[in-house]
Write a protein that binds this ligand. Structure first.
Ligand code: PLP
Ligand code: COI
Length: 354
């Protein structure tokens, strides 16, 4: 089902809010650009897409999103280089993952052209909202939810797909201290952990609040069966450096297949860093911390980029990471952001000019 950009109805705002935004002091995801892309799924098909002013949405109280949680999303960024050219990073991977999530939540898949053409058109309209300062980008939030009404516990018959944008700075300020979870689970075998389903995040808030009350910013989830193996953090995949080897855990139906994760693995290999993708026991982390072979821990994700972890807590004990110079985390962050922001050649073919 191909669409062409000339079919997208564009209704521009008469009062841009851009001059009220302090672009030199951006938080993550808290101010929104002037427009959003909207496309409704009704009568078994996607309707004419629109770009309209960012605005509230009216829904029936019986809309199934409120009752049965059919809600999925993606996270991407648009980057602007010094010449003002705009780039996306591996956008097809987000589109494919959105449709993997849609399938698992019994929601309609979005034709790739609706997504890609709509996004590119939106970015043209919102070009002035894309920050170019180092460490900032236009965070893009594509999401879809059930608008169809009824209390019957079954998939809705109508949905709304929206792409909204937020000029954003860093997700975390400074190093992150994490708590390795011993009791709660983020996901389970056969569940929806691999999908970017809204409910996966709702289920994390309470245990994460308990961790925050103890002084940690994030939880590292462990496998739901034994809680012996580390899996991922709330919004990031996890990397561990033991001596000179960079490790991360294999994805599974409990873990999000992160685009940053697989990019970091490819860049690390190209840099000559030994990588290993294998299960990592909490006891291995503790032993490596105690014998000095644990050199680095960091999280990787679109919002978080690469966020160094300063220490972790487990069973009421804290473990500190060493303060190193020239870390893998810093090197890999520079390499990936240089590719994303067009500061270097893109040997992997990941950058897409808008
Ligand atoms: N894991 C979870 C649970 C996430 O929410 C995210 C963020 O999108 C990631 C990992 C990292 O994925 P990506 O690198 O594709 O942004
Ligand atoms: C992203 O990194 O894009 C995410 O979706 C994480 C989000 C939960 C803030």
């Amino acid at each position: 089902m191909a669409i062409h950009t000339e079919n997208i109805i564009v209704e521009k705002t008469k009062a841009s809010r851009i001059n009220s935004v302090d672009f030199s002091n951006l938080n993550f995801g808290s101010v929104f650009s002037d427009h959003m892309f909207v496309c409704d799924y009704e009568d078994g098909k996607w309707q004419t897409p629109k770009i309209v002013p960012y605005q509230p949405i009216t829904l029936e109280p019986s809309a199934k999103i409120f009752h049965y949680g059919q809600s999925i999303f993606e996270g991407m960024k648009a980057y602007k280089d010094e010449e003002g050219s705009v780039f996306l990073f591996r956008p097809m991977d987000n589109i494919k993952r959105m449709n993997i999530s849609a399938k698992r939540l019994a929601m309609p898949e979005i034709p790739e052209a609706y997504f890609m053409d709509g996004l590119k058109e939106l970015l043209k309209v919102e070009k002035d909202w894309i920050p170019s300062a180092k460490g900032s980008a236009l965070y893009i939030r594509p999401f879809m939810f059930a608008t169809g009404k009824g209390f019957h516990a079954s998939p809705a018959d109508s949905y709304k797909f929206i792409i909204a944008c937020a000029p954003s700075g860093a997700y975390f300020s400074g190093k992150v201290k994490v708590l390795i979870e011993e009791h709660y689970s983020r996901s389970a075998n056969g569940g929806v952990g691999f999908a970017k389903a809204g409910g996966n995040y709702a289920g994390q808030f309470y245990p994460t609040q308990l961790a925050k009350d103890k002084g940690y910013q994030q939880v590292i989830w462990t496998d739901d069966n034994t809680h012996e193996y580390i899996e991922e953090a709330g919004a990031m995949n996890i990397f561990v450096r033991i001596n000179d080897t960079l490790l991360t855990v294999p994805t599974s139906d409990r873990i999000l297949d992160g685009i940053t994760r697989k990019s970091i693995l490819a860049i690390a290999e190209a840099e000559g860093i030994t990588t290993e993708v294998r299960k990592i026991k909490v006891s291995e982390l503790i032993e490596a911390s105690e014998n000095g072979s644990l050199k680095e821990l960091f999280g990787a994700g679109t919002a978080a980029v690469i966020s160094p972890i300063s220490g972790f807590g487990y069973k009421n004990k804290d473990y500190e990471l060493p303060e190193l110079e020239n870390t893998y985390g810093e090197l890999l962050k520079k390499r990936i952001t240089d590719i994303q922001t067009n500061q270097t050649d893109d040997a992997f073919g990941w950058r897409v000019k808008v």
